[in-house]
Design a binder for this molecule. Structure first.
Ligand code: PMT
Length: 410
């Protein structure tokens, strides 16, 4: 039976963690709960004890429930450790290596993956100190499930509301390898054929600001690129995922670099490019940006309307294509007509080793769906056409070809 150790810290979102425990227990997962003293002010330990059917630990010097030293026992027992809700305080403590209570000592002692679900006031969440602590932990492999935007308990509106329990549970199931979406699908272990390889993957849209309140973007959800990043990590690769703004949890074991504009995405890709063996460019970067971004909100001009002057953004993959050396470069082509012809032109212009062509006007394919319909095209004109399938399956097929191409180049 898989084991999850859930750390609950002091915030109003504690009540949602009760639903999380209930969800996990229904999935036959053993849950042990550690509550901070402040958390116990919001929800009684008895609630978690009843739902988890396990004793709840509230501090290091309480009654011993395990024969080993308790924080070590729980640290060893955990297949996944989750902190939900995670306050700015607990994030700061872990980032600084403080271990002064049951929860922080257990986090310090565990070798399990640690998933953190922040919940706090928007201004606290956006505080650069909190953001630096989050980044520090991400760089060390801690996983985060981003808070949502909305009305917060304090009355402010913004980002800071803890992710929904179902979403956190789904992420936990994925980390445990139990598949969040389709648990009836046969589970086979991913091959470790990308062990020792470094992959750069891009995902999502980019956003080009028009003025402080408006922007240009597109319909990319990031699902395609996130599927590739997640599958590559499962196959042993060290993955950097450069992601535009999306609403998806960060894939387990992947270093995620969040960007906004196409220029930001180019800068982040160039930074990761030197060290990588292959690039899979599933993002949909904006091709155009404002020639001159307005510093202030643009005012209406009556019947005359307004004209926005756009200039072309740099082409990221073409820039990388010019200095690709021995690396494998896989691009996508999002077309609504002449799919194969336009895709073949892009392979040549961008110096790619393979292009994944998808007709984004076709039902079951393209933007913001779980499925895609793709054709792989190589520079010699050879093609493999596939029927509609889950993006997770498309991701594995792309990686099969990436492995072949890396091996062929070496
Ligand atoms: O994110 P999802 O909702 O899951 O949707 C998936 C998807 C439709 C976004 C994905 O399957 C896809 O087709 N991605 C490429 C989108 C795109 O920008 O296509 P394009 O044909 O305009 O660009 C061709 C290639 O150049 C792409 O690899 C693109 O990432 C890259 N590009 C484009 C513009 C630019 N300025 N720099 C680039 O590197």
């Amino acid at each position: 039976m898989a084991s999850v150790v859930l750390g609950v810290t002091g915030g109003i979102a504690c009540y949602k963690s009760a639903a999380l425990v209930s969800f996990l227990v229904k999935k036959d997962i053993e849950v042990d709960v550690i509550m901070t003293k402040n958390a116990a002010e919001f929800v009684s330990p008895l609630t978690f004890q009843t739902l988890s059917k396990n004793p709840v630990t509230t501090d290091t010097f309480g009654s011993i429930k395990y024969w080993e030293v308790e924080h070590i026992a729980l640290a060893k027992k955990a297949d996944v450790m989750v902190i939900a809700p995670a306050t700015a305080d607990i994030i700061g403590k872990i980032a600084c290596g403080i271990a002064d209570d049951m929860l922080t000592t257990t986090v310090m002692a565990t070798k399990a993956k640690v998933l953190i679900a922040p919940a706090m006031n928007v201004n606290m969440y956006e505080n650069p100190i909190v953001q630096e602590n989050i980044q520090k932990l991400k760089d060390r492999g801690y996983l985060f499930i981003e808070p949502e935007e909305g009305l917060l308990a304090c009355g402010d509106v913004g980002k800071g509301r803890m992710a929904e329990p179902e979403e956190i549970a789904e992420y936990i199931l994925k980390i445990l390898g139990e598949g969040g979406e389709d648990t009836s699908a046969p589970r086979t272990a991913a091959p470790r054929d990308l062990a020792g390889k470094r992959l750069l993957v891009t995902a999502g849209p980019t956003v080009e600001d028009i003025d402080p309140v408006r922007y240009i973007s597109n319909r990319s959800s990031g699902k395609m690129g996130y599927s590739v990043a997640e599958a590559a990590a499962a196959r042993g690769a060290e993955v950097t995922l450069v992601s535009g703004p999306v609403n998806l949890p960060e894939p387990a074991g992947v270093k995620v670099v969040h960007v906004r504009s196409t220029q930001d995405m180019l800068d982040a890709c160039e930074e990761a490019f030197d060290d990588c063996d292959a690039v899979v460019k599933a993002a949909a970067p904006c091709d155009f940006r404002m020639a001159h971004k307005s510093e202030h909100k643009i005012k209406k001009k009556g019947d005359d309307g307004i004209t926005l002057t756009l200039e072309e953004n740099p082409d990221i993959i073409a820039t990388l294509g010019k200095k690709k050396g021995n690396r494998v470069l896989v691009g996508f082509a999002a077309e609504t007509r002449n799919l194969e012809q336009f895709a073949k032109e892009k392979i040549r212009k961008k110096n790619l080793d393979m292009i994944v062509a998808n007709n984004v006007a076709q039902p079951g394919a393209g933007f913001d769906r779980d499925t895609n319909i793709v054709t792989f095209i190589k520079p010699d004109g050879s093609m493999e056409k596939f029927d509609q399938m889950q993006k997770t399956q498309v991701a594995d097929l792309i990686l099969d070809r990436v492995v072949e191409m890396i091996n062929a180049k070496n």
